[in-house]
Design a protein around this ligand. Structure first.
Ligand code: NAD
Ligand code: IPM
Ligand code: MN
Length: 349
């Protein structure tokens, strides 16, 4: 049985996943790894961004680690593009709760575009609903209008059950942290936002009254994140707001190259782990991408799916020690290559 299926994907994906492979060989040589092409690379190799074989391998593994997909130069059918393959993978794996921790490593407090005193000690988790909302809602289309011009439709849709299961994850996570959940939606404008607020409140009353719950409109949450980010502990939000707020949160910690994620479904099912960044076409192929988001995603896989908390602790400590020792890729103010950054973490192991 495969412990960890690697899907390096496109752009900087293979560059950062290469560093995970080196570290895994050192830290957990007994892990059974498998690897498949995915995204545009999958299309080049087998005519599909996500083949049935790769999907079956993902479902059969204990965990999946994805690098990045690149849709920038895609010229094929839109519903077969690399991003659609990633959405299909998430939906088919049933990983509805996406944990995106934004942690400010002390040596990187000056790498944030915010002042050190605002981000020092920052430790928040965004719990993003990942398999519903406007990413998946039907109908969605673009149509020609009789009088000229076109009309595009996306559909934002949520059910009680979809909201409740992801809210449960957020409340449970908060209990092991600072015991606070901020639920972000647009209940002032959107029906899905209103249902979201009602379902979260009701679940809170029923099962999590010991956790502090705050409701916040998502636009205000975006502002509060840059005004005073440490007021948050766990931010619970929908698929689209979670996508946007997590890129914003990444920058608080020094940038997209630092933010890992874990997407979880029902207990016992494999988790999907991905850095939150994309293929970074502007730097791909130059060997300067920051591998830490991918390395920390591997750390989350060890912890959340593979039952290897001790190895995860060691890896996390090695990343911290490498940063304390001054290891920096260009995105966080240094000049190390991707491989040198990986080696700096390996040296600490
Ligand atoms: P991006 O995340 O690829 O890049 C945004 C910026 O952050 C770029 O300047 C990039 O150089 C920088 N950056 C990202 N990761 C970095 C790293 N590890 N080290 C240093 N710098 C890093 O977002 P984009 O440019 O908007 O999207 C490019 C492509 O990636 C698009 O096709 C998009 O759909 C796709 N994408 C995929 C994923 C994913 O696979 N999970 C996530 C986001 C975007
Ligand atoms: C992310 C990405 C994806 C998303 C894209 C590539 C489908 O931006 O993982 O944050 O929007 O979920
Ligand atoms: Mn994103």
């Amino acid at each position: 049985m495969t412990d960890l299926l690697l899907l390096p994907g496109d752009g900087i994906g293979p560059e950062v996943i290469a560093e995970v492979k080196t570290l895994a060989a050192l830290l957990t040589p007994d892990l059974a790894l498998d690897e498949r092409p995915f995204g545009a690379a999958g299309f080049r190799a087998a005519g599909s961004c996500l083949t049935d074989e790769t999907l079956a391998a993902a479902k059969a593994a204990r965990a999946v680690l994805m690098g990045a997909v690149d849709g920038v130069g895609w010229t094929g059918p839109r519903d077969q593009r690399p991003e659609a393959a990633l959405l299909k993978l998430r939906a088919e794996m049933g990983v509805f709760a996406n944990l995106r921790p934004a942690l400010c490593f002390e040596p990187l407090a000056d790498a944030s575009s915010l002042k050190r005193e605002l981000v020092e000690g920052l430790d928040i988790v965004i719990v993003r609903e990942l398999t519903g909302g406007v990413y998946f809602g039907q109908p969605r289309f673009i149509e020609d209008l009789p009088g000229g011009g076109r009309r595009a439709v996306d559909t934002q849709v949520y059910t009680t059950a979809e909201i409740e299961r992801v809210a449960r994850v957020a409340f449970e996570l908060a209990r092991g942290r600072r015991n606070k959940v901020t639920s972000a939606e647009k209940s002032n404008v959107m029906e899905t936002g209103l249902l979201w607020r009602e379902v979260v409140s009701e679940l809170h009353r029923r099962a999590f009254a010991d956790v502090a719950l705050e409701h916040m409109l998502a636009d205000n949450a975006a502002m509060q994140l840059v005004r005073n980010p440490r007021q948050f502990d766990v931010i619970l939000t929908d698929n689209l707001f979670g996508d946007i707020l997590s890129d914003e949160a990444a920058q608080l910690t020094g940038g997209l190259g630092l933010l890992p994620s874990a997407a979880l479904g029902e207990p016992g099912k494999p988790g999907l782990y991905e850095p939150i960044h994309g293929s970074a076409p502007d730097i791909a192929g130059r060997g300067i991408a920051n591998p830490l988001a991918a390395i920390l995603s591997f750390e989350m896989a060890l912890r959340w799916s593979l039952g290897r908390a001790e190895a995860a602790d060691r890896l996390f400590a090695a990343v911290t020690a490498a940063l304390v020792a001054g290891a920096r890729t260009p995105d966080i103010g240094g000049s190390l290559s991707t491989a040198d950054m990986g080696a700096a973490v390996a040296a600490q192991l």
